[in-house]
Design a protein around this ligand. Sequence first.
Ligand SMILES: NC(=O)c1ccc[n+]([C@@H]2O[C@H](COP(=O)([O-])OP(=O)(O)OC[C@H]3O[C@@H](n4cnc5c(N)ncnc54)[C@H](O)[C@@H]3O)[C@@H](O)[C@H]2O)c1
Length: 471
Amino acid sequence: MHSSSRTSPIRICCIGAGYVGGPTMAMIAKQCPDIPVAVVDLNQARIDQWNSDELPVYEPGLQEVVAEARGRNLTFSTDVEGAIRSSNIIFISVNTPTKMHGIGAGRAANLEFVEKCARKIAECSQGHKIVVEKSTLPVRTAEAVKRILSSASSGATFDVLSNPEFLAEGTAVSDLLAPDRVLIGGESSQAIEQLASVYERWIPREKILTTNLWSSELSKLTANAFLAQRVSSINAISALCEVTGANVDEVARAIGTDSRIGPKFLKASVGFGGSCFQKDILNLVYLCEHFGLSEVAKYWEQVVVMNDYQKKRFSTRMVRTMFHTVSDKQIAVWGFAFKKDTNDTRESAAIYVCRDLLEEGARLMVYDPRVSEKQIRQDLMNVFKASSGEVSERHRQLIEKNVTVVKDAYTASNLSHAIVVLTEWDEFKKLDMQRVYDQMHRPAFVFDGRNVLDAHTMDKIGFEVHGIGRS
Ligand SMILES: NC(=O)c1ccc[n+]([C@@H]2O[C@H](COP(=O)([O-])OP(=O)(O)OC[C@H]3O[C@@H](n4cnc5c(N)ncnc54)[C@H](O)[C@@H]3O)[C@@H](O)[C@H]2O)c1
């Protein structure tokens, strides 16, 4: 029993002001005006952006949510220790990327940042605190977190909860406002109740699921594995469609009406991206291997293998279709973010397709409505990094000379030999395609990696359109 934490008013802090910590805490602060919410991060530049009108994360509706709560009960700062001291519920929402070196490299999650948070919490805490794992973590991480916390020399006590985040980038605000469910795993029913009481302010009680710690941790990895698996499944079928005359969008519609399958997440594409799907599946694969479940590991790994295949297949098809060479040809790249309505480019399929096209000597005119030129160049530099961390002079020159970042889709397509659509931004559907066609070389190739453009209308204008999963 920790009566002090039960009776004292809730004060929240969140370590990590990223794509999850920022929007999640902004929503809690908006919905609970009486609860102080302190979001802290080591990255001063990111905190400065959260305190400005140019938020570091683009999400429809987020600016309004932040504006309502910031300065009232929502703060952003780098004072990690101060925020820990003055809070009784502490969310850990730091990044958990795939390990790049050492044991489990390329698969296991790098838990360095989570561990550092746990140590900092142990060091700064007094009394009783609830520590909430918001980051996506391998199952049984809470055990390690508890051990680190129990080393607190001040005599502080802790409950550890797992409360994974299920928001999707691009729809974060509506997902946080009306989630399918909130999941809270833990051992102490009192701590679970206290966290549930925060969400209950705006989320119906029946949508707040409670489980044991390990089920909660594993459910997040499982959810992402299932979602990515659906994408890889329909993408696998898209390859078969292309050689048989079937149309993958028609197949998706036909199977999606089966209530056991359902229509969502059946959109074939150039491949999934984002910071989570690949990393979380690889993490699951690593866990399965660790526990000696090699068949289970191989099963899930295939989801990532299929995704890599889809990206490569797409860039290869582009080169083959354009008479086996794109060298010195100008290609308009429409979209660089990993999906629409976000500025996030982590693991975006665009990075890999651009890499392949640059290797073939193409000149790229890149346009994305939300991604900065700096980010695009940085991502391309990173993808060309050798294992030593070096980028060769040839690759540097390619990025410098063969990549131009422009401010709109028309400028990108002007004098291009081809257009490649890599993000499904709505604005691409509204363009004057006759105007686009008139500016391009002939044949005017379009490679629609998202199947968003109206192929029929484009055919009539004279484009040569190649979509995903259509012969
Ligand atoms: N991005 C998503 O859509 C999404 C969805 C659900 C869950 N998740 C999970 O949430 C976690 C966070 O993801 P994200 O996309 O917000 O990552 P992010 O990289 O955008 O943000 C993480 C932040 O944590 C900060 N940080 C790292 N170590 C710190 C420390 N010791 N002290 C203070 N700050 C520190 C970093 O500076 C960074 O700003 C990950 O585990 C991810 O898997 C992400």
